[in-house]
Design a protein around this ligand. Structure first.
Ligand SMILES: Nc1nc2c(c(=O)[nH]1)N[C@H]1C(S)=C(S)[C@@H](COP(=O)(O)O)O[C@H]1N2
Ligand SMILES: [Mo]
Length: 259
C-alpha cells in the first residue's frame, strides 16, 4: 500500500500535476490526462522489458546436429597448465582429482570424476563463441550444475557460483593472475549449464580443460572456465581476484557476457 502510494505520488510528480491531497479523488481525471497515461504506459513498458530479459535468459542456446561438429576446434588461453599440482593430478590420470564444492552451502562436497559421472548428465552440441572473433561447434557431455548445487544445498544468502581453476594465465605477485569465473543463479540453474568431462564423445583433453570445464552456453567463451578445481558459492565478488568476478572481468571485460 505504502509503495503504491509512493509510486503514484512519484508518477503524479512526473506528470507535472499539482494536487497535494487530491490524488485519490482526482484519479479518473488523471487517467484521462494524456501526460499521466503516458507515464503509466512507460512504467508498464519497463516491467515488460524486465520480464522479457528474465524470460530470455531462460531460453536455450541453439543446439546443432552431429554433422555440424567442427573438425578444428582450437584450444585457447591456457592450453597446458604449468602448475605442479595440476601436473601431479594429470600424471595419475586425474584419479586423485576431487572437485571441491564449498562456500555458502549446507553440505560441502568433494567429488571424484566417477562421482561426477554418476550425477544427472546432459549432452549438447553447441557453438562456442570467443570474444576474439572465432567460433566452433562441439558436442559436450557433463554433470548438470543445478542438481549438483541442490545436492550441496545453497544457503539463503547464496548469489553467485565461482569457478576456481588450476591455471594462472598471468604471473602476478598477489595471485590475481589465477583464472576464475563466476555466474549468477539464473545461469547456474539453466538446463544447458554443465560441468563437462567429455568433448565429442572422448574424455576432455588437456587443451580443452581436463578433467572438468564449465559450459555456460548463453555466454561468451571466456566464461567457460577450464581446469575447474573448486566451486565456491558466494554472496559477493569482494574477496576474489580484483573484485570483478572473473579473470577477464578483472581486466575490463563484461562480467555478464551474454550471447
Ligand atoms: N582456466 C581457464 N579457462 C579458460 C581460459 C583460460 O585461459 N583458462 N580461456 C577462456 C577462453 S578466452 C576461451 S575462448 C575458452 C577456450 O576454450 P577451449 O580451449 O576449449 O577452446 O576457454 C575459456 N576458459
Ligand atoms: Mo575466448
Amino acid at each position: 500500500m505504502t509503495v503504491t502510494t509512493t509510486n503514484r505520488r512519484r508518477w503524479l510528480g512526473a506528470a507535472g500535476a499539482s494536487l497535494a491531497g487530491l490524488w485519490v479523488s482526482a484519479c479518473d481525471r488523471l487517467t484521462a490526462d494524456p501526460t499521466f497515461s503516458g507515464v503509466l504506459r512507460k512504467a508498464e513498458g519497463l516491467t515488460m522489458t524486465a520480464q522479457r530479459l528474465v524470460t530470455d535468459r531462460k531460453a536455450l542456446a541453439k543446439e546443432f546436429t552431429p554433422e555440424h561438429i567442427s573438425t578444428d576446434f582450437r584450444a585457447n588461453g591456457t592450453r597446458y597448465p604449468a602448475e605442479e599440482e595440476y601436473a601431479a593430478l594429470l600424471a595419475n590420470k586425474f584419479s586423485d582429482y576431487r572437485l571441491v564444492v564449498d562456500g555458502l552451502v549446507e553440505r560441502p562436497l568433494q567429488l571424484s570424476l566417477e562421482d561426477l559421472r554418476q550425477q544427472a548428465a546432459r549432452t549438447q552440441i553447441t557453438r562456442h563463441d570467443c570474444v576474439e572473433g572465432w567460433s566452433a561447434i562441439a558436442k559436450w557431455k557433463g554433470a548438470r550444475l543445478g542438481p549438483l548445487l541442490d545436492r550441496a544445498g545453497l544457503k539463503p544468502n547464496a548469489r553467485y557460483i565461482v569457478f576456481h581453476c588450476a591455471d594462472a594465465l598471468e604471473q602476478t605477485l598477489d595471485g590475481t593472475g589465477q583464472y576464475y569465473e563466476s555466474i549468477d543463479l539464473i545461469d547456474a540453474y539453466h538446463p544447458q549449464t554443465i560441468l563437462a568431462y567429455q568433448m565429442n564423445d572422448a574424455a576432455l583433453s588437456v587443451g580443452h580443460g581436463a578433467p572438468l570445464r564449465l559450459r555456460v552456453e548463453r555466454q561468451l567463451g571466456y566464461k567457460h572456465a577450464k581446469y575447474v578445481m573448486r566451486i565456491e558459492v558466494v554472496e559477493s565478488f569482494e574477496n576474489l581476484g580484483r573484485g570483478k568476478g572473473g579473470f577477464w572481468p578483472d581486466r575490463g571485460y563484461e562480467w555478464y557476457a551474454g550471447i
